[in-house]
Design a protein around this ligand. Structure first.
Ligand code: HEM
Length: 537
């Protein structure tokens, strides 16, 4: 507190808005559901580097200068790590998966898992996703037959589809038949996970001192069971609910792993072949894991943790991005018609059959719609890092400091929080031109502004920061691209989509760790009602 409130900080010279509250800084403004105008205002008033004040007077550097981002995610990525607090929390709830490991441990996991997410494997997953998309269409058609107004909650359907896509594509496992409604504890646990954690932030801030205990739990199952029983006795309904959610996630991941491993070790050739020839990521991982050097091999508990990690990281991100695209296609009916024409023409050329991977990803307008949506509305608006030692952060554009001098680099003390402003980077008018804040898929069909290439974004995808870049970038970005394209190809060629009328027409997208829609600004339930009319193709 002394350091934050009293002692001078080298960050004081960086321009930024006045703190909005002594205790919470500007955190409330950033975390609000309608924080979007505040984010745009930050860029207009201060540009690519801004000093913000967070909880208890802590300074935070908000940045989307391309050179700075390159140093954070690529060149000096070992200096800019995930916050220790976030890492401990994730380890507690998801186990030692990709999201919860750092340094050499993370690199070892990533080396093996990168092989699993290769284009060759995505190609083989295309029909698997096609089968899920077809069940999704049947499920929606069935609901429409019973609906008087033709309205469906598209967000709900995209959530169910994304879970089943990761289930089938990730683990060869079905979480949801889609063609009928069945109670699903796992789906409820995944849906409640982030909101429950958010409601308990104040308690979770206290877990840092327990880090050694959490590490020990990972190694000693008996200790883990004991700590679990202590959680069950806590006199707090929210914490007990969190424990119940984690139990469902962990036990499901364990049973998926056990089933696969048993099949791999089975004497029955047919059972064994299910894994040896399986197209899902887990089958590929188990095969690769037996073939790599012993030093690179992942132990069972780390494989189990990847199941929870992929499900958590890959469900709401993909479903909400898909819902956003479908909403935009209702707001831009000409784009919807153009996309449908492209899809139907490609299908007709393919003799009426579903498109294979190469034909699907080569469709220019489908690709443009995905890129433009993920540019303007990145589902994850920002991610943060913390310096683990003093660092020098070079800037592409020199920064005018409060003392009147200009800086071509910032000097960040150890333990400075740096926020990668994904949302602001993707809609920078300096890079994307005067129409940067408009949704215009056609920009991807022509030549992009020269500034896009000149900026040298470190992002892994389309010069954008949507999936960030470097060693911690989204490992699932090709997987999610494919999921989205297969689902869009099925839905847009099967249904005409339009906005609802009356009370359900007023859709608002709320800022959150993953942006979500509601009807109007006060409604708390995430949903996106749209009208769908079957086209009979
Ligand atoms: C539109 C969909 C998606 C978006 C926008 C998205 C975005 C992101 C972002 C911003 C990060 C953090 C990167 C960082 O901290 O630098 C991330 C990490 C990650 N994502 Fe995704 N993601 C999506 C889909 C998926 C899918 C489908 C999967 C799994 C199949 C997945 C798995 C992961 C994993 C495992 C990480 C952690 C990577 C690491 O730390 O090495 N994501 N994603």
């Amino acid at each position: 507190l002394l350091k934050c409130y009293v002692l001078p900080s080298p960050l004081n010279d960086i321009p930024g808005p006045r703190s909005h509250s002594l205790l919470k800084g500007s955190e409330d403004r950033l975390q609000q559901r309608d924080a979007w105008p505040f984010l745009d205002q930050l860029t207009e008033d201060y540009g690519q580097v801004v000093k913000l004040t967070s909880l208890f007077g802590k300074h935070v550097v908000w940045v989307f200068d391309p050179l700075a981002m390159y140093h954070i995610v690529l060149k000096d990525q070992d200096v800019y790590e995930e916050s220790p607090w976030i890492i401990i929390g994730r380890k507690l709830f998801m186990g030692p998966g990709l999201l919860s490991t750092t340094g050499a441990h993370h690199r070892r996991q990533r080396k093996l898992l990168n092989l699993v997410f290769s284009i060759a494997h995505m190609r083989r997953l295309t029909p698997v996703f096609g089968e899920v998309a077809s069940r999704l269409r049947t499920g929606i058609e069935t609901q429409l037959q019973a609906s008087a107004d033709g309205e469906v909650d598209v967000l709900g359907w995209m959530g169910r589809a994304a879970l089943e896509l990761i289930g089938q594509g990730g683990f060869g496992h079905s979480f949801d038949p889609l063609v009928q409604d069945v109670p699903n504890d796992f789906a409820s646990a995944i849906k409640d996970f982030v909101p429950t954690i958010q409601s308990l932030m104040i308690y979770l801030a206290l877990i840092i001192p327990f880090s050694p205990l959490i590490d020990a739990c990972e190694r000693y199952p008996a200790l883990s069971a004991f700590v679990g029983r202590c959680f069950d006795c806590l006199p707090h309904a929210g914490l007990r609910r969190l424990k119940a959610i984690v139990d469902v996630l962990t036990s499901t991941s364990r049973s998926i792993y056990a089933e696969k491993q048993a099949a791999l070790e089975s004497d029955a050739a047919e059972t064994k072949m299910r894994v040896l020839e399986g197209r899902d990521l887990m089958s590929v991982l188990l095969r690769k894991n037996t073939r790599v050097d012993a030093a690179d091999r992942l132990p069972a508990r780390e494989i189990i943790a990847q199941i929870t990690t992929f499900t958590f990281a890959g469900t709401d991100t993909t479903s909400n991005a898909l819902a956003r695209i479908l909403h935009l296609l209702c707001l831009h009916r000409d784009a919807q018609a153009a996309l449908r024409a492209e899809l139907l023409e490609a299908r007709a050329r393919n003799g009426g059959a579903d498109l294979e991977y190469d034909a699907l990803v080569a469709l220019p307008f489908l690709d443009a719609v995905c890129r433009e949506t993920l540019r303007l509305f990145p589902p994850v608006p920002w991610v943060s890092r913390v310096t683990n030692k003093d660092a020098r952060l070079p800037l592409a554009a020199p920064l005018a400091l409060r003392d009147g001098t200009r800086a071509s680099a910032l000097h960040l003390p150890a333990r400075t929080t740096v926020v990668l402003a994904i949302h602001s980077a993707n809609r920078s008018t300096q890079i994307w031109g005067a129409d940067a804040r408009e949704w215009r898929p056609a920009r991807w069909l022509g030549t992009l502004p020269a500034a896009v290439a000149e900026a040298k974004s470190p992002g892994v995808y389309a010069n954008l920061m949507t999936f960030t870049g470097g060693g911690r970038s989204c490992i699932g970005f090709k997987f999610s691209q494919l999921e989205m394209k297969v689902v869009l190809a099925t839905l847009v060629s099967s249904f005409r989509l339009s906005l609802c009328e009356g009370a359900n027409a007023d859709i608002i997208w709320n800022r959150a760790p993953i942006a979500y829609p509601t009807v109007g600004p006060t409604d708390k339930t995430p949903r996106l009602p749209l009208r769908l009319e079957p086209l009979g193709h």
